[in-house]
Design a protein around this ligand. Sequence first.
Ligand code: NAP
Length: 287
Amino acid sequence: MPTPARYAVIGHPIAHSLSPFIHALFAAQTGECITYEALDGGAAVDGFERVLAGFWAAGGCGANVTLPFKLRALQCADEASAEARAAGAANALRLVDGRVEAHNFDGLGLVRDLAAHGGALAGARVLLLGAGGAARGALLPLVQAGAARIVVANRTALRAQQLVQELAAHLPASVQLAACALDELPAAGAFEVVVNATSASLGGAAPAVPAAAFAPQTLAYDMVYGKGLTPFLALARAAGARCADGLGMLVEQAAASFAWWRGVQPDAAAARAQVQRHLKQQGIECL
Ligand code: NAP
């Protein structure tokens, strides 16, 4: 038996993480000999850095990083992908010849899951709600996928403006990028894709997005998962839009991490169906 290659997800808290379950599915699908564990980075000032250093010293090959450590994960890296640099954060690390490489697959996961739900991005008008880490990570991959116009709208309009200004340097001039406050949205008309990258759904609220943002062909996507039909998705559905939650994004970013580490692409759609069954068995609401 070969010694399994060691992988982990580091976050705080981390007990709830679905990543060990998802990567165990990928390992079973592909026959890759790995272990994948959940490590708590704790609340100490240098907790994440110490856990990560200990993980590398113990033979760790790669790690996913989740809240609240994605910014610090990028700072720990010797090299970073364009996506991680644009996001200012990393959600995947690997150790290659003693050097730490960082990537951010959250945006790619979103783009792949939008495609899986029939959300064509080439030439599309996209509304991105939110200006936190998730919105920041989504912007460059949305552009790379061919979105023609992206409007970033946030409760705190200044943060949306800052995000767009910072990211403009990383983006081709061909894409139309705009920032606005939520209450300026009625003038913007309808979008083909509306992504809720705010954390409002976690608190049972919806960002104040007007019904006019949705048309019958719009795909409304909430990055949050396990909350059923969130207030944002209910609003979108009432306006005639199609709805999807962020479970597929989670599985797709995990699949991209796995392929980056192992050189083997797992079947994300099959894993997503299994994760959904797993959640439903625990009484967790899925779309
Ligand atoms: P974050 O950095 O804390 O940003 C939160 C954002 O939500 C900010 O733009 C904030 O606006 C906005 N917001 C919060 N409550 C709101 C409300 N009631 N109404 C309107 N806007 C509100 O969080 P994040 O890291 O970007 O994560 C955002 C969400 O994405 C989380 O729910 C997270 O679970 C989800 N996510 C999912 C995946 C996945 O794989 N599916 C991956 C990453 C993140 P202000 O700037 O005005 O405060």
